[in-house]
Design a protein around this ligand. Structure first.
Ligand code: DGY
Length: 313
C-alpha cells in the first residue's frame, strides 16, 4: 500500500501519523503553503484523506482530489466532512464511534463535578497559599440534580447512565422521542432547559443543531443552571453564553469545546463559574490509540476491498 497517497489534513497523535507514514505515501496538508494548490503529481496519488475533529474534507477539497476514494476521520464527529458531496461522488466516509463513548462520558461527569464543586478553583486556592488565611467557600452538590441531555445517542446514553449513579433524574431532548427510553422526554430544548439543573450538549453538530444553545435556552436554564458542552463549540451561540455568564444570568458553564477553537473568548478567563478544557473528551492514550487503529483498519479494509469497520457513507 506504500504507493497509495493519503492526505493528512488534521493534527493527530504521533502514533497514527507514524503508522500512516509507514503504511502509505503520506502527504501532510500543512507542508503546502496553499493546500488548494497541491502539486499535481501528489493530487493524482491521493486516494484517501485523514481528518480529525478540527479538519476534514469540504466540497472544495473533495473536488480538488479526483482520485479520492475514502475520507477517514480520527473523531466520531464528522461535521468537517461534506458527507453529501462524498455520497454524490461515491466516496466512502468513516469515523471512530464506540471506542470513545466511555471517555467522553467520563469527562462530562468530571466537568460537572469540577464546575459544581469548583475543583479547579480549589486547586488554585491551595497552590496560591490562600488556604492559610481561611477556609474555602462552600460549593454546590451534584448528587440528585436533574440532568437534561441534548442528544440521547451513544454518548448521551453513557452520560445518563453515569449520572444515574449520582441519583440524578434524567431528561432529554432529541429530534424524536425514543420509545424504549426510561428518561423523561421534552419536545424542545427550551422546555428541557426550563426543567433541569444541568444541561449537557451531547448531540452531533448539524445545520439543525448549530446554535441550539441560544439566548432563549440560556435564559430558560437561568442563574441556578449549568451548561456543559462536550459536543462542538458551534452548538452554542458563544457571545450569548459569554454575556449570560458575565451578567450572572447563567449559573456556570463547563466547556470542552469552543466556537472558534483554539480561540477562547477572553472574558471567560476572569470568571470563577466556568471550567475550560482544550477539547480533550477522547484524549486518553487508550482511547486515542483505539481511534487510530480504527482509522488504519478502515483504510486498510477499503484498499484491500474488504468491508469497512465503521462505515458512515
Ligand atoms: C470527536 O471524536 O468528535 C471528539 O470531539 C474528540 O474529542
Amino acid at each position: 500500500m506504500e504507493s497509495i497517497g493519503v492526505l493528512l489534513v488534521g493534527r493527530v497523535m504521533p502514533y497514527l501519523e507514524q503508522e500512516l507514514d509507514k503504511r502509505f505515501k503520506l502527504f501532510r496538508v500543512w507542508d503546502y503553503p496553499n493546500p488548494a494548490q497541491l502539486p499535481s503529481q501528489h493530487v493524482a496519488a491521493i486516494r484517501a484523506v485523514v481528518g480529525s475533529s478540527s479538519a476534514g474534507a469540504d466540497a472544495a477539497l473533495i473536488e480538488a482530489l479526483p482520485k479520492l476514494e475514502i475520507v477517514s476521520s480520527f473523531s466520531v464527529g464528522v461535521d468537517k466532512i461534506d458527507q453529501e458531496k462524498c455520497r454524490e461522488k461515491g466516496i466512502r466516509v468513516t469515523n471512530t464511534p464506540d471506542v470513545l463513548t466511555d471517555e467522553v462520558a467520563d469527562l462530562t461527569i468530571g466537568l460537572i463535578l469540577a464546575l459544581l464543586r469548583r475543583i479547579c478553583e480549589c486547586d488554585r486556592y491551595v497552590r496560591s497559599g490562600q488556604w492559610k488565611h481561611g477556609n474555602y467557600k462552600l460549593t454546590t452538590k451534584f448528587s440528585g440534580k436533574t440532568v437534561g441531555i441534548i442528544g440521547l445517542g451513544r454518548i448521551g446514553q453513557a452520560i445518563a447512565k453515569r449520572a444515574e449513579g449520582f441519583q440524578c433524574p434524567i431528561s432529554y431532548y432529541s429530534r424524536t422521542e425514543k420509545q424504549d427510553s426510561k428518561y423523561k422526554y421534552y419536545p424542545s430544548v427550551v422546555e428541557l432547559a426550563s426543567n433541569c439543573d444541568i444541561l449537557v450538549v451531547a448531540c452531533a453538530l448539524t445545520e439543525e443543531t448549530h446554535h441550539i444553545i441560544n439566548r432563549e435556552v440560556i435564559n430558560a436554564l437561568g442563574p441556578k443552571g449549568y451548561l456543559i458542552n462536550i459536543g462542538r463549540g458551534k452548538h452554542v451561540d458563544e457571545p450569548e453564553l459569554v454575556s449570560a455568564l458575565v451578567e450572572g444570568r447563567l449559573g456556570g458553564a463547563g466547556l470542552d469545546v469552543f466556537e472558534n477553537e483554539p480561540a477562547v473568548p477572553e472574558e471567560l478567563f476572569g470568571l470563577e463559574n466556568v471550567v475550560l478544557l482544550p477539547h480533550v473528551g477522547s484524549a486518553t492514550v487508550e482511547t486515542r490509540t483505539a481511534m487510530a487503529d480504527l482509522v488504519l483498519g478502515n483504510l486498510e479494509a477499503h484498499f484491500l476491498g474488504k468491508p469497512l469497520l465503521t462505515p458512515l457513507v
